[in-house]
Ligand binder design. Sequence first.
Ligand code: ZN
Length: 252
Amino acid sequence: MFKGFAGLDKGKTFRPRRHHKAGTKRYELHKYAQATLGAGNLHDAVTLPDGEDVNEWLAVNTVDFFNEINLLYGIIAEFCTETACPVMCAGPKYEYMWADGQTIKKPISCSAPRYVDYLLTWVQNLLDDERIFPTEIGKPFPSDFMEHIRNIFKRLFRVYAHIYYCHFERMGALGAEPHLNTCFKHYMYFVYEFSLIPRKEELQPLQELIDKLMADDLQRFGGGSAAAATVGVAAPTDACAGAQATSPPAAS
Ligand code: ZN
């Protein structure tokens, strides 16, 4: 379902994709997830398969979503520059400040490309950390695994928020809008299924869009919803340059 878009070639990948080792449980789950996605119903695609370990399922999907967001950001990366996006924001109301709690403890304000680079490097390092994402058979996940997963999903969401607010027109012009919406919808189904972003404030910048995408699905896959026709899709324009935060910046 996600392979038809011509712009998604490897040359545009922002950083190397993470792979699942062939022959492992995780590889099998990855293949299963891909196949279910192809069937079109995103709710089924995010549901934990019968008898499988929830941590393994979270691990596989975290890697897959990370790869997907890499690709999406890669599409507009050349337009997301220090000049065009001097602040990591989602419109004029939301600014994101970066802190990883280790090398950068006090949240810093930075440009969008710098923030995204910090963020994706931080995720990549976590994915490569055997203590958090063990690949050895029988090695348990750490007790704070869920905390790491929640943190990753909360932060990756901000890349979507930035793309929607600051690069939506460009995505549309490149013909990538349907793909962006499908990827984001899949992401949100997963987030809701496992309560990965419990604080509603974090979702606020895209809440209207989320409601619209979900309502569309309700109509398509059952339930029906009159609200679907009345909620407008948030289609912000390139409004990031010079954005001032009017709400408390989201750090951590
Ligand atoms: Zn940008």
